[in-house]
Design a protein around this ligand. Structure first.
Ligand SMILES: [Zn+2]
Length: 471
């Protein structure tokens, strides 16, 4: 055969009309599954992951769920009980301790927000120190990246207990981010689509609606949370690892040497049996048995105590619709009225705004402060905005407590609500008295231009020490 004829035959067999030629489709990259976290733990400080570490070990190893952790701060305040570094240098160390603790548990993906440690019980202090908006945007971005079903965080509320403002602020960010991350109109630069222009600033993430939030509280009274969520046993033996979850959790916590070096030293010398005995003793253990994951919020069906992953495959209800449908703040007291201000006023607005009708909160507002410290009682008086008014407060205080200013009379400007505060000097107590002390109630009633304007009650425990109230 002639050579030219051979070429013609070869090319004619390879030629297919353009209309039927199979073209390879352009590959579109999927979301990165390495960063998916079915459970996202969001806590304030390095070592706070321990609120949930026994559950995290169970979820990772025996429920086969992916888990990631976000810390809101890098832990730059408070003392260093191990070495000399303080402040930013200690925060650099604590970031590494936190990463090491998570790695021991098998948690690889660990992120930090830009919160600054704020040693106070006032959630508003922490939110202002952190830059509330910027950290909320960062957290929404991480939720869209990790696409969690379940988020575990702190309780957004004020309790007698450690009650750290940073813990509360972390919870506030989480509940806000939970409601915002699925909304395509929020932080749209994170949802840019596949663009190359200004690519350093555009994320090509997708909106993501997590399904449920559970919280942990450091309130002194843990009994009040019984029945408020699903429970698990921290001391159960892991079927796959053959050790109690609590022992694995405490071994991970031993990375936090700048925080509790003496306990780590003591525990690291114990045999596994001795360690299990200490951990399962209600007086010395870190986790109650059973431990409750306190129900925070859900956008799927089921009750507060249902298993964590129940109803998880249901389509989520839009959180904004859910808020108006299930958590109407209802009728407020008529004008004029007095209410607690400051962080208490914030939470009175926050709970209905985020549909938190089923979250367990303190039945009477409460706080613990150091005995001898000045208790600040912030108040908000709602009244007729058309005229100035005379306010008289009457404080009914426990014996030995004293209010300032003494006569509690105020001239209010013509405005719809006026914020003010009264200061209450509390007595110093001896060590013996502190052992016996119990929460006591104070009542402040208000009269506006001679008409009753209601009363507020605050339950206060005087303690030996604690974080400042910072109001
Ligand atoms: Zn903490």
């Amino acid at each position: 055969m002639k050579r030219w004829l051979t070429y013609v035959l070869i090319w004619s067999t390879l030629w297919i009309p353009g209309s039927v030629r199979a073209q390879a489709p352009v590959k579109v990259n999927p979301d990165d599954e390495r960063f998916r976290a079915e459970i996202l733990i969001v806590v304030a400080h390095p070592d706070d992951e321990a609120f949930f570490t026994p559950y995290a070990v169970k979820a990772l190893n025996d429920m086969h769920k992916s888990v990631s952790v976000i810390f809101a701060t890098r832990g730059g305040s408070g003392g260093n009980r191990y070495t000399s570094e303080r402040g930013p240098a200690m925060a650099n160390e604590r970031e590494i301790e936190a990463r090491e603790a998570c790695t021991k548990l098998g948690i690889r993906n660990v992120w930090f927000l830009d919160g600054k440690d704020s040693a106070s019980q006032n959630v508003l202090d922490s939110l202002s120190n952190w830059g509330h908006g910027a950290n909320l945007e960062k957290l929404v971005g991480l939720i869209r990246l990790t696409r969690p079903e379940i988020i575990l965080t702190h309780h957004p509320g004020i309790f007698i207990g450690e009650d750290h403002g940073d813990h509360q602020a972390t919870a506030v960010l989480v509940f806000e981010a939970f409601d915002l991350a699925g909304n395509p109109a929020v932080f749209p630069a994170q949802l840019s689509g596949d663009m190359t222009h200004y690519e350093a600033y555009l994320s090509n993430l997708r909106p993501w609606q997590a399904k449920k939030i559970y919280v942990g509280s450091d309130a002194d009274n843990q009994k009040q949370f019984d029945g408020t969520g699903p429970t698990y046993s921290p001391h159960e033996i892991s079927p796959s690892l053959k050790k109690p979850y609590s022992r694995l959790a405490i071994e991970s916590a031993m990375s936090h040497k700048t925080q509790f070096p003496e306990e780590i030293e003591r525990m690291s010398k114990m045999t596994p049996e001795q360690l299990d005995k200490v951990l399962s003793d209600p007086n010395t253990g870190w986790w109650g048995d059973p431990s409750t994951l306190i129900f925070g919020k859900s956008v799927v069906g089921g009750s507060a105590t249902d298993p964590v992953f129940s109803h998880i495959n249901e389509a989520p209800v839009n959180p904004a619709t859910q808020v108006t449908a299930t958590c109407d703040p209802g009728n407020r007291l008529p004008l004029p009225r007095v209410e607690l201000g400051g962080p208490w006023q914030f939470y009175a607005n926050f709970y209905p705004a985020h549909g938190l009708c089923r979250l367990k909160i303190a039945p009477t507002p409460e706080i613990g402060i150091t005995a001898g410290a000045t208790l600040v009682v912030p108040l908000v008086i709602s009244h007729d905005p058309a005229k100035a008014a005379q306010l008289t407060l009457t404080a009914k205080l426990p014996e030995g407590w004293r209010a300032e200013p003494g006569d509690l009379k105020f001239a209010l400007p013509a405005e719809d609500s006026t914020a003010l505060s009264i200061h209450v000097l509390t007595p110093k107590l001896t060590a013996e008295e502190l052992k016996k002390t119990a929460p006591q109630e104070l009542h402040v009633s208000a009269e506006l231009d001679g008409k009753p304007a209601g009363e507020v009650t605050l339950r206060v425990l005087l303690r030996g020490n604690g974080l400042p109230q910072s109001l």
